[in-house]
Design a binder for this molecule. Structure first.
Ligand code: NAD
Length: 432
């Protein structure tokens, strides 16, 4: 398929999903677009950017040459764009001066790259969680405001059709007064096994990959995609998945943050190289309700499966019944009165990977053009990331914390407060 066929097919597919009219070519602008972090999810976003037809892909960046080659090949197949390839995002930004930058590296790199991109004048689409520690997020919000750049966070569930209609259902009061929410992700899995460290592959700049995080021996279970379960680079399942569902809770409630957070968990089963908890519970005390997060990476949880392939989502418990916001399974409301019918809405998701990035990208472009805040603005992503990171902070600390969300400070606990930032390695400076 050539570029114009690709654009036609994908635009039609997009229009069918969204039910919106096609935008004519004459109305479109072309943004010089760069992808930093050319892995699995980065390519998913870039594909949607190309399908939207308003991007010229001018550059790709990755510290692993193999990822760069793969991504460049796909871009070449989908379009006539021939992006320049970079290992160092700073060179890319200063030479190419992109107007849009997608940041899809592992979490520990998001803040430095997103901040530098905005400083260099680019609008940024940054992946969730927006950072590794809370104060990095503050610096990202400040940079977006100081530079006036649009900064969209990849929490695409805010635009997914069933999440939107589910949220309308909840906010209209049809589930009654909600007193508790339980969000969860359960996967099957076993103990796993240890994989020995290895020589760094010649195409990979491992020192750069580790960047501001500690330099650890290279292990193939970290890269690609495995970083999620390594606490140097990410924050485990709560940081990876929890933020999506905590974001749904913060979308539903008028409250902006929890007042108290407590988390516990551990590694009951896993015996592999990872160090993130294989099961965890986190409780978030809000003014008017309590939220609980729960994950396991073992036992599968067939008992609570909401879809043949998964046990994920959030249950909102209201006086009128229980509402389940799911993923592949859409949403379902189970009335408290057993005589009333169950109400259900299917999901409308895009391939690959059953997401709605295209809709979020459309909003991103519109926010840039109309100079408004995007639907997943950095401040919203920061608050949702904070909730997940505070859960992890309490887990690491081993006690509950009281949170002043206005000042973004932990109350009366200097040891806990230190964990709102982290030491950066070598030449890298913690953003302020
Ligand atoms: N919104 C969502 O639903 C969703 C889904 C999946 C992943 N994500 C997020 O996307 C991000 C990437 O995840 P992934 O699964 O694609 O990981 P991945 O390992 O497939 O890709 C990350 C890439 O970043 C590269 N990289 C590392 N440091 C870099 C640097 N300094 N400069 C340039 N490139 C660098 C790595 O070499 C790797 O190729 C994560 O933050 C993840 O949480 C979001």
């Amino acid at each position: 398929m050539n570029r114009s066929d690709f654009l036609k097919t994908s635009a039609l597919a997009g229009a069918a999903v969204v039910g919106r009219p096609l935008i004519t070519f004459a109305q479109k602008s072309t943004f010089r677009t760069a992808l930093i972090g050319s892995g699995w999810w980065g390519m998913n976003i870039l594909r949607c950017a190309m399908q939207a037809g308003e991007s010229k892909v001018v550059a790709l960046c990755d510290v692993d040459g193999r990822q760069l080659t793969k991504t460049a090949e796909e871009v070449g197949k989908l379009s006539s764009d021939r992006p320049k390839l970079y290992r160092d995002y700073r060179e890319l930004l200063s030479r190419e001066k992109p107007e849009i930058v997608i940041v899809a590296t592992p979490d520990h790199w998001h803040p430095l790259i997103a901040i530098e991109a905005m400083r260099q004048g680019a609008h940024v689409y940054v992946e969730k969680p927006i950072g590794h520690t809370v104060n990095e997020g503050r610096a990202m919000v400040k940079t977006a405001r100081d530079t006036g750049r649009v900064c969209q966070v990849g929490t695409h569930r805010r635009v997914s059709p069933h999440n939107v209609s589910g949220m309308e259902f909840l906010k209209s009061g049809k589930a009654g007064k909600i007193g508790m929410v339980r969000a969860f992700v359960h996967y099957a899995g076993g103990p796993g096994q240890r994989v020995p460290d290895e020589e760094v592959p010649k195409e990979l700049d491992w020192n750069f990959y580790c960047g501001p995080a500690p330099l650890v021996p290279y292990n193939r279970t970290i890269h690609p995609r495995g970083f999620r379960n390594y606490l140097n680079f990410a924050n485990g399942t709560l940081g990876d998945w929890g933020i999506h569902w905590l974001d749904q809770i913060l979308w539903w409630t008028e409250e902006k943050y929890p007042k108290k957070v407590f988390s516990t968990g551990g590694r009951a089963i896993k015996q592999d190289n990872t160090d993130a908890p294989d099961h965890q519970v986190a409780a978030f005390e809000f003014e008017d309700f309590t939220a609980v997060w729960e994950h396991r990476q073992f036992a599968g949880n067939n008992a609570e499966k909401t879809h043949p392939r998964q046990a994920v989502g959030a249950y909102f418990y209201g006086t009128e019944g229980t509402f389940h916001m799911g993923w592949l399974d859409g949403w379902t409301f189970y009335p408290a009165d057993a005589n009333k019918p169950v109400i259900h809405q299917d999901a409308k998701l895009d391939k690959p990977d059953d997401q709605n990035i295209a809709l979020l990208w459309t909003d991103f472009l519109d926010a840039i053009k109309s100079k408004r805040r995007p639907v997943c603005d950095i401040e919203i992503g920061h608050r949702s990331t904070n909730a997940a990171l505070l859960g992890m902070l309490s887990y690491k600390l081993g006690r509950s914390i009281a949170w002043d969300g206005e000042k973004e400070q932990i109350l009366n606990d200097p040891e806990a407060s230190k964990l709102l930032s982290r030491d950066y390695r070598g030449e890298w400076q913690y953003p302020v």
